[in-house]
Design a protein around this ligand. Structure first.
Ligand code: MIC
Ligand code: SF4
Length: 638
């Protein structure tokens, strides 16, 4: 049978299940990655599983989110992660080495392999032909323990690329164009697989920009073929032996096909406050700009920043704004320095930020009140930048650099000659900021500072959920709405403290109300839980007594996280029933039997509301046990 790339990789890694669309399958994970903001929790969970050593081909623990170190909390997390890595056999990427996705692409990603990461932008490595999937930390912990990853067999969309990008048009514009067409929920249940003659014209970092932001479509992942370009990239990274060819069979079939002529794409911007509100830059030229940030795992590669430097060479940053530069990795930073491009950036007045996530996750460099900020990152959710009133637009490094000089949105195509930047034949390779594991970690002592709180574990599900509606929210609620990051990010390893901020920006009374209600439910609209993979968006509500989320539809990773933490995820059979529940209503759901439809009784209004769910048999057992960790522990005992 003719197979596409997604099916080929899944087939090679299939442990159980049938490869028919939407069917539950289990696949073996070759590699894992974590970052510090989700990693501390993932390793606490891994520890709880009692497995002495990771069982993957490669597991890497990165530190890139919490690097400001304004007090003991971040460094406590770092040393905890370093000692954990040492003990359990992981590679540790030290703070200062770069953003997990960029570094993984440079140093570890391998075509044809599977990767699971506790960060929603893990699909970045799809740019190198990996099947790279973002998940909650607990799913990553299970993969490190050698368990296969459970998912629904994805449907595959073919994105057929033709033509070639015009000067000043970038990979960022390609993914923005796809987001414009597909929306932030259009990708749920799908893998976006790129093909066609246009693929040859894109470098690996360009492909990685596209697969990175496939996360914003809600997609399971995105993947490019592994071809000569992939081979050149790996060779330049000193890893040619990691290359294999990977392409779809000529007769492979797809669920849908998207045609995209690269030569017709124009410079685009995602407007506040969603990545799919996309407009041509040419239509935004009336807008003055107050801040520009070039960086994040989407656009911080060597070519991105070298091009920005070439645009800024001999120019000055406009006095009305500040330009921040956050290179994606130490490799990128060193090469910028060695080739003189760092000097152009600094001479132009750019402010050099650490090569980490930084402003992308609201860690410093917040814009001023009501600012218009142009950022090359992937998410422009309200308040994420750290300034509630800021308006963040997502753009390519080209558009960002030109705006930094002009002080306003400017269609870069008017700007003269497009600086040509070649992919290097050899990247500067320096792995000295990785700590590779010792053969035996038995005697390593794990260092736990006061910020590392014990892991809350839920007891089994009761036969009947008798809860009160603690909050009712609209469509496209992100995990940033549920569990704000930014200034609270240092609390990631301290659930009791972090839980005080659940839904804070949406409803400041939520914590108080949920605590008083003791047993509660969340009522949501469409695409509930989109965005980040942070399992705290399930874990912290669980800690506050949330037992069910009832909404119109869910985002994939968040749905899995809810199951993992023992919260029932159910959808309205008839979306109109959303209107039949209000905050404070008393609700009852009989969950003795999770097979088939459920009925929610709104006791306050005397109304019966039919609910549906997409739980697999395994999910049901996990929910009954009170979550995946309780389930795994029960199994270990039996
Ligand atoms: C993000 O971009 O929102 C994050 C921070 O990288 C998250 C992970 C997290 O919440 O820790 C993600 O994308 O999964
Ligand atoms: Fe870091 Fe931002 Fe990428 Fe998330 S999206 S991994 S915060 S750079």
């Amino acid at each position: 049978m003719a197979l596409n790339i997604t099916q080929k990789i899944i087939k090679q890694h299939l442990v159980t299940g049938e490869m028919t669309a939407k069917n539950p399958i289990n696949i073996k994970m070759d590699q894992t990655l974590t970052q510090d903001a989700t990693g501390t929790m993932a390793y606490l969970q891994f520890e709880a599983l009692g497995v002495p050593r990771v069982k993957t081909e490669l597991s890497v623990s990165y530190v890139d989110h919490n690097t400001l170190q304004t007090d003991f909390k971040n460094p406590d997390d770092h040393i905890f992660l370093q000692t954990i890595a040492d003990k359990f056999g992981l590679v540790f990427s030290r703070p200062g080495n770069g953003i997990c996705h960029q570094v993984h692409l440079e140093r570890f990603g391998k075509p044809g392999k599977t990767l699971i990461g506790s960060d929603s932008h893990t699909p970045t490595c799809g740019g190198i032909g990996m099947l790279a999937i973002g998940a909650g930390g607990l799913d990553v912990a299970m993969a490190m323990a050698g368990q296969p990853f459970n998912l629904k067999m994805p449907m595959v969309v073919k994105v057929h690329l033709t033509g070639r990008l015009q000067p000043w048009v970038a990979a960022k514009d390609v993914i923005l164009e796809i987001l414009r067409r597909e929306t932030v929920k259009g990708g749920v249940g799908y893998v976006y697989e790129y093909s066609g003659p246009g693929v040859d014209t894109l470098t690996v970092p360009e492909r990685a920009t596209i697969t990175n932001m496939g996360a914003e479509l809600g997609a399971t992942t995105s993947v490019f073929p592994s071809d000569d370009e992939t081979r050149r990239f790996l060779k330049a990274q000193g890893r040619e032996s990691d290359w294999i060819e990977l392409k779809a069979d000529a007769e492979a079939t797809y669920e849908r096909v998207i045609e995209l002529d690269l030569s017709k794409v124009e410079p685009l911007a995602a407007c506040p406050h969603m990545p799919d509100i996309v407009k041509p830059v040419a239509e935004l030229e009336h807008l003055l700009v107050d801040q520009v940030m070039i960086g994040s795992c989407t656009n911080s590669s060597y070519t991105d920043l070298t091009r920005a430097a070439q645009i800024l060479k001999g120019k000055s940053v406009n006095p009305r704004l500040s330009l921040g530069i956050a290179p994606g990795s130490r490799q990128v930073l060193r090469m910028l320095a060695d080739e003189g491009n760092l000097s152009h950036l600094v001479a132009a007045g750019a402010r050099l930020l650490e090569n980490a996530c930084g402003p992308c996750i609201g860690m410093g460099f917040a814009p001023k009140s009501n600012a218009i900020a142009l950022r090359t990152s992937n998410r422009n959710f309200e308040k994420r930048s750290g300034t509630d009133s800021a308006q963040v637009y997502l753009v390519s490094p080209e558009v960002a650099a030109v705006a930094a000089v002009e002080g306003k949105f400017t269609d870069p195509r008017k700007w003269g000659a497009y600086p040509e930047v070649k992919m290097p034949e050899k990247f500067t390779i320096d792995d000295s900021m990785f700590i590779f594991p010792k053969a035996n970690g038995e005697n390593v002592e794990i260092v736990r500072g006061p910020n590392i709180a014990a892991l809350p574990i839920k007891s089994g599900m009761t036969e009947e959920l008798k809860v009160k509606a603690a909050i009712k929210v609209g469509d496209n609620i992100t995990t940033d709405h549920i569990m704000p990051a930014g200034k609270y990010l240092p609390l990631r390893s301290n659930v009791p403290e972090y839980a005080k901020h659940v839904f804070e920006g949406v409803d400041s009374q939520f914590y108080k109300r949920a605590t008083e209600m003791k047993r509660s439910a969340i009522i949501g609209g469409d695409n509930y839980g989109q965005g980040s993979s942070r399992e705290h968006a399930a874990l912290c509500p669980m800690y506050l007594g949330v037992e069910a989320v009832v909404c119109k539809s869910f985002a994939r990773i968040h749905l899995a996280n809810l199951v993992n933490f023992g919260i029932l995820p159910a959808t309205f059979k008839d979306p109109a029933d959303y209107d039949s529940i209000d905050v404070g209503d008393e609700l009852r759901v009989d969950v003795k039997n999770l097979d088939g439809e459920l009925v929610l009784e709104n006791l306050t209004r005397g109304k019966k509301i039919p609910l549906t769910h997409t739980l697999s048999d395994e999910d049901k057992v996990i929910l009954k046990a009170g979550g995946r960790l309780s389930f795994a522990k029960q199994q270990a005992k039996s």
